[in-house]
Design a protein around this ligand. Structure first.
Ligand code: PLP
Length: 370
């Protein structure tokens, strides 16, 4: 039987691949390779789509986080509260600007940072809270924004997994003082290489990011501030412009596939299905199930030629490189349980009915044998 990978790029909606190739060919022919018209147009289109004042294209999602933190004035001596259950980039970005990452437990059901868990870690040095809309579900933002407002601290959203997800009919990335997006190829809105964006309705944040990503220059050879090179590539911008109008359709397809899994896997073995909170839109960047038999299930699926992934097998505080943060193994029981029980099933636009059926049958067969 054909192997079914955890993720595969498919031509969905049909014809999109050809459109991408044409846009690339046109951008090459236009010969304006750096900070050209495609970047400028994409920035405008993306800001309008999110419903924010500005979008500034940068090199990748990690740089978007770093640049946004710097734009918000966060640096040495400051603390940033963020979830321990996230991709390592979120933590890294805080360290990169010299601030201290303060880790907080995720919610047991949504796997997201909540106002409750964040509030337990506030101190007089807290300068920002950094919610991650994990797996594609938006955090409960009203409560988080309220905590931040009461404390007078900034909110930076990590939207790397939630492009197009809504919370009470507003889009993720429009709530915080700034938002960081990744357009890594496998994200819900993906380029054909590395790409990212800082989004903000605060004109000073956008202005800082715009200069910082290009050596601090406001005009050529006039550095108004220290900066780096983290420009969004012109060719990637051309691709993103083609894909942005299809984001809704791509997300709707993810949601359709997720609902099939949710329907079919009810009461299957000890499987815990993802929970979505009313109002917190979910665009299923990752379809995560939980089971005590995670490792065995992953091996079983592998034997059937089905790829499944673990997000994330080692919580941040347990990573060898991050022991210096000083956390103990037992500090985050929820995060550890998630690390030990989570399994992500194949879910990507273009996954066929037969393929999804094959995954479902294999999972059900595994559970019957237990
Ligand atoms: C992908 C991702 C990032 C980093 O994005 P890159 O473009 O790979 O640098 C940051 N945060 C989260 C939650 C991610 O999933």
């Amino acid at each position: 039987m054909q192997p079914l990978p955890y993720f595969q790029f498919r031509d969905f909606p049909a014809g999109l691949e050809a459109q991408v190739q044409q846009a690339l060919a046109e951008a090459v022919a236009a010969k304006q390779y750096v900070l050209g018209p495609q970047v400028q147009a994409f920035e405008g289109e993306f800001a309008r789509f999110i419903g924010a004042g500005s979008a500034v294209g940068v090199g990748n999602g990690y740089d978007a986080l770093v640049i946004a933190l710097k734009a918000l004035g966060i640096g040495p001596g400051d603390e940033v509260v963020l979830p321990v259950h996230t991709f390592i980039a979120t933590v890294n970005a805080v360290l990169q600007v010299g601030a201290k990452p303060v880790l907080a437990e995720p919610d047991r059901y949504t796997y997201n940072l909540t106002a409750d868990t964040a509030a337990r870690h506030l101190s007089p040095r807290t300068k920002a809270v950094l919610p991650v809309h994990l797996y594609g579900q938006v955090c409960e933002m009203d409560e988080l924004l309220q905590v931040a407002q009461l404390q007078g601290i900034k909110v930076l959203e990590d939207v790397a997994q939630a492009h197009g997800a809504t919370y009470k009919s507003r889009l993720a990335g429009s709530f915080g003082d700034a938002a960081a997006f990744s357009f890594y190829p496998t994200k819900n809105l993906g380029a054909v290489g590395d790409a990212g964006a800082v989004v903000s309705s605060d004109a000073s944040v956008a202005a800082f990011a715009r200069k910082y990503r290009n050596y601090g220059e406001a005009q050529k050879y006039r550095s108004e501030q220290v900066g780096v090179n983290s420009r969004l590539d012109e060719l990637q911008a051309a691709v993103l412009r083609v894909k942005l109008p299809h984001l809704q359709a791509l997300n709707t397809e993810r949601q359709r596939l997720a609902h099939v899994y949710l329907q079919e896997l009810q009461q299957t073995g000890d499987i815990i299905l993802p929970v979505s909170v009313p109002g917190c839109g979910h665009v299923y960047h990752i379809f995560n199930i939980r089971t005590r038999h995670r490792d065995a299930l992953q091996v079983y699926l592998q034997e059937q030629g089905i790829g499944a992934a673990v997000h994330y097998p080692v919580p941040v505080h347990q990573q060898p490189a991050y022991t210096f943060l000083g956390y103990k193994a037992s500090d985050f029981p929820v995060a550890e349980e998630l690390a030990n029980t989570s399994l992500s099933l194949p879910l990507f636009p273009g996954l066929t009915e037969l393929e999804q059926e094959r995954v479902l049958e294999a999972v059900k067969r595994f559970c019957r044998k237990r």
